[in-house]
Design a protein around this ligand. Structure first.
Ligand SMILES: NC(=O)c1ccc[n+]([C@@H]2O[C@H](COP(=O)([O-])OP(=O)(O)OC[C@H]3O[C@@H](n4cnc5c(N)ncnc54)[C@H](OP(=O)(O)O)[C@@H]3O)[C@@H](O)[C@H]2O)c1
Length: 303
């Protein structure tokens, strides 16, 4: 039985998602959270992972550890994106099962769904078509994790689950313009333009694509929900179910940052897929809904 002093191991607890889970559980009164940095425990090493988990014997594992990155990183390091991510999740999932760890929450991402799947993306669209080629290395690793969780549920009746969040943002985000996602990249660009008294900010693409954004603290509440309750299924999308045009996102961020100049759209740069929205009907039937509005979330991240 889960209690507030049950040991909970958050793999990747220094990352954006892992640290949000740590905050949420600690705020909820969980007193026995454990974490290891990649320097202390390289999750690609099977025997070290097994020894660590056999010693600690946590009640639950939240797997927020992964090698993550954008198109450029995926394209440059396809082998590491596929191999490292499979090793990290395989070592954790295999040891969890062998050591009879009661709960496992596996975090993936919406890139697991086929490139041309109908929108909004439903859980049942998994493996119904070809993936977006730019991140298929990462996606295939994550799909294999989802299938391992499904197999353990089916064959051994484990209460393990995979959660697929939409685009996340929040404290601990990556603001490096070479590797960051669109929302933190815009915050940085508008902030630097304001600080340097530049009137124009140039953004990539046409601004027309539609994207969905979830504050990482809302995701952490969904993780807590699955920690505390039985999962009836193996896969749940986690998002807001609402999308926004990149142009409107830029206007909101500009207003929050207080930049006064114009926004120039460089349409020679790629837009990416026109729309990417998750169907979140399944998780909304449980007692969870996102509570942080995009505007409030952007304001707090900017502060
Ligand atoms: N960010 C998003 O928009 C987003 C959206 C959807 C899903 N997700 C999913 O959420 C998960 C976490 O993402 P994130 O944004 O929190 O990434 P992040 O900030 O880069 O954190 C990843 C964590 O993984 C750990 N890690 C990586 N390789 C490791 C290794 N070999 N051994 C041990 N630890 C290792 C890192 O630990 P150290 O810091 O100690 O090196 C790091 O703290 C991923 O599965 C990702 O797919 C993220």
């Amino acid at each position: 039985m889960l209690s507030k002093d049950s040991k909970i191991y958050i793999a990747g607890h220094n990352g954006m998602v892992g640290s949000a889970c740590w905050r949420a559980l600690s705020d909820a009164g969980y007193t026995n959270l454990i974490g290891k940095s990649s320097k202390e425990l390289d999750l690609r090493n099977q025997s070290n992972v097994k020894d660590f988990l056999a010693d600690e014997k946590p009640y639950a594992i939240i797997d927020a550890a992964a090698k993550v990155g954008g198109i450029l990183a995926n394209d440059t390091y396809p082998y590491e994106f596929l191999m490292d991510n499979m090793l990290i999740q395989n070592n954790l999932i295999k040891s969890a099962h062998e050591l009879d760890i009661k709960k496992f929450i596996f975090l993936g991402s919406s890139c697991i769904y086929p490139k041309l799947a109908p929108q909004p993306l439903k859980e049942e669209h998994l493996l119904t078509g070809a993936l977006e080629p730019t991140n298929e290395w990462y996606a295939i690793a994550k799909i294999s994790g989802v299938k391992l969780i499904e197999a353990l549920r089916k064959q051994y009746n484990r209460d393990y689950v995979s959660l697929m969040p939409t685009n996340l943002y929040g404290p601990g985000d990556n603001f490096d313009l070479n590797t960051s996602h669109v929302l933190p990249a815009m915050i940085r660009k508008f902030h630097e333009a304001k600080e340097n008294n530049k009137s124009d900010v140039v953004l990539w693409g046409t601004g027309n694509p539609m994207r969905e954004f979830l504050h990482v603290d809302d995701l952490a509440q969904a993780v807590k929900l699955f920690l505390e309750n039985h999962a009836d299924d193996f896969l749940y999308n986690i998002g807001t179910g609402k999308d926004i045009a990149i142009k409107d996102l830029a206007n909101s961020i500009q207003a929050v940052v207080g930049h006064k100049g114009s926004i120039l759209w460089d349409s020679t740069k790629p837009d990416g897929t026109p729309r990417k929205l998750l169907d979140v009907g399944k998780i909304l039937k449980m007692s969870w809904e996102p509570i942080i509005s995009l505007n409030d979330g952007i304001s707090s991240v900017y502060k």
